[in-house]
Design a protein around this ligand. Structure first.
Ligand SMILES: Cc1cc2nc3c(=O)[nH]c(=O)nc-3n(C[C@H](O)[C@H](O)[C@H](O)COP(=O)(O)OP(=O)(O)OC[C@H]3O[C@@H](n4cnc5c(N)ncnc54)[C@H](O)[C@@H]3O)c2cc1C
Length: 332
C-alpha cells in the first residue's frame, strides 16, 4: 500500500478548517495547526454572522464571490445536511426605500413578497413592513458551533488537530496550506483588517427563522437567529485594525437597528458585544497564492463562510490534478 501524502494546514479558522476537511476526506494525512485554543476566540470567524448568502452578497461583491459562494452552499449542504437552508429576508423602513429598490436591482434569486406573505414567513414581522425581498436559497450556520462540528468531522476522518501551536509555514516540509488570516502579512503585504462589530442578544419576545437584513444608510445591518432565543446583530464595517471593544456609537447603531426591526428587542439582554477583523485585499476578492508546495489562502473578507468550502475544493483540485483556476490563483 502507498503511504498517504501529508498536508499541513496552518490556521484553524473557517478557511483552514475547510481546507483540512476536504484534504482529509480525499485521503491525505492532514495535520491542522492552530495557535489559539479550541474556542478560536481570536479568529475572525468567532464574531461572524455565519450567513451563507451568495445572492444577497451580489449587491456589493465581485461576481467571482457570488459564483464560488453558490458552489460553497452545495458543499455546506453535503457536509452538514442539518444546516438550516431557510433563506433570508431583506426589509427597509420607508425612509430607506430608494436603497431597498437599489438592493433589489443589484441582486437576483429573490422574490418580492407582500406584507401578508412576510407575516407568514416571519410572524414576528407581521404588519411591520410593506414588503420584503425573500432569498429562498440561502443558509446560515452558527460559527462557533459549526467550527467545533467540522473539527469533529476532521478528527473522524483521521486528521490531527494541534491547538496552542504557532507555526511558520515557511519552515514546514511537504505540502503546506497557509490559512493564517491577518497574520499572513509576511506573504501578503497588501492584506488589511476591516473591523466588524456585533452584539449578541437574548430574548424570548422575538422569534425569527432566518437572517433578516435591514437596509441601513451606513452598514449592511442584519439580525441572525441563533438557537435558544439568541440573535446576532451585525455588523459595522470600519477601516480600522483595532480589534478592541465595541464603541458606544457602534453599539447604539446596532441596538437601535435591532429595536427598529422589532420593539421586542428592547427587552433583550445584551450577552456580548465584540469585534473581529476581516482579512481583506484591496479588491475584496479572495486569493490562492502558490509557491511550489506552499499554498496560501486568504482575503476572505466578509465572506469566509460563503467562500471557504469552494476555495478548499479549488486547492484540492490543484494539488491532486494541477487544475488551475485563473480567477483566484496566482503563482510566485
Ligand atoms: C463581524 C463579522 C461578521 C462576519 N459575518 C460573516 C458572515 O455572515 N458570512 C461570512 O461568510 N463571513 C462573515 N464574516 C467574515 C469571516 O468571518 C471571515 O472572512 C473569516 O473568518 C476569515 O477566515 P480565515 O480562516 O481566513 O481567518 P481567521 O478566522 O482569522 O482564522 C485564522 C486562524 O489562523 C490562526 N493563526 C494565525 N497565525 C497562526 C500561526 N502562525 N500558527 C497557527 N495558527 C495561526 C489564528 O489563530 C486563527 O484562528 C464576518 C466577519 C466579521 C468580523
Amino acid at each position: 500500500m502507498q503511504p498517504k501524502k501529508r498536508v499541513t494546514v496552518v490556521g484553524a479558522g473557517i478557511a483552514g478548517t475547510w481546507q483540512a476537511l476536504l484534504f482529509a476526506k480525499a485521503g491525505y494525512e492532514v495535520t491542522l495547526l492552530e495557535s489559539g485554543d479550541p474556542s478560536l476566540a481570536q479568529a475572525a470567524a468567532y464574531w461572524a454572522g455565519g450567513m451563507v448568502a451568495p445572492d444577497c452578497e451580489a449587491e456589493t461583491a465581485e461576481p467571482v464571490v457570488v459564483r464560488l459562494g453558490r458552489r460553497s452552499l452545495d458543499l455546506w449542504r453535503s457536509y452538514l445536511p442539518e444546516m438550516p437552508v431557510t433563506g433570508s429576508l431583506v426589509v427597509a423602513h420607508a425612509r430607506d426605500r430608494a436603497d431597498f429598490e437599489r438592493f433589489a436591482r443589484l441582486t437576483s434569486g429573490h422574490e418580492r413578497v407582500g406584507a401578508q406573505r412576510l407575516g407568514e414567513l416571519e410572524p414576528a414581522l407581521a404588519g411591520r413592513f410593506r414588503d420584503a425581498l425573500f432569498f429562498p436559497n440561502e443558509a446560515h450556520v452558527e460559527p462557533r458551533r459549526v467550527l467545533r462540528l467540522l473539527h469533529r468531522q476532521l478528527e473522524a476522518a483521521g486528521a490531527t488537530i494541534r491547538f496552542g501551536t504557532t507555526a511558520d509555514p515557511r519552515r514546514l516540509d511537504g505540502t503546506v496550506i497557509d490559512c493564517r488570516g491577518l497574520a499572513a502579512r509576511d506573504v501578503f503585504p497588501d492584506l488589511r483588517g476591516v473591523r466588524g462589530e456585533v452584539a449578541l442578544l437574548e430574548t424570548q419576545e422575538v422569534a425569527l427563522s432566518r437572517p433578516v437584513r435591514l437596509i441601513h444608510p451606513r452598514w449592511p445591518i442584519y439580525v441572525v437567529p441563533r438557537p435558544g432565543g439568541r440573535f446576532l446583530v451585525g455588523a459595522t464595517s470600519i477601516e480600522s485594525e483595532d480589534a478592541g471593544p465595541v464603541t458606544v456609537r457602534s453599539a447604539l447603531e446596532l441596538l437601535t437597528a435591532a429595536y427598529s426591526l422589532h420593539p421586542g428587542f428592547g427587552e433583550a439582554r445584551v450577552l456580548e458585544l465584540g469585534a473581529g477583523l476581516r482579512p481583506a485585499f484591496p479588491d475584496h476578492a479572495p486569493r490562492i497564492r502558490i509557491d511550489g508546495e506552499r499554498i496560501a489562502v486568504n482575503g476572505l473578507y466578509r465572506h469566509g463562510f460563503l467562500l471557504a468550502p469552494a476555495l478548499a475544493e479549488l486547492t484540492l483540485a490543484y494539488v491532486q490534478n494541477g487544475t488551475r483556476n485563473e480567477e483566484v490563483m496566482g503563482w510566485s
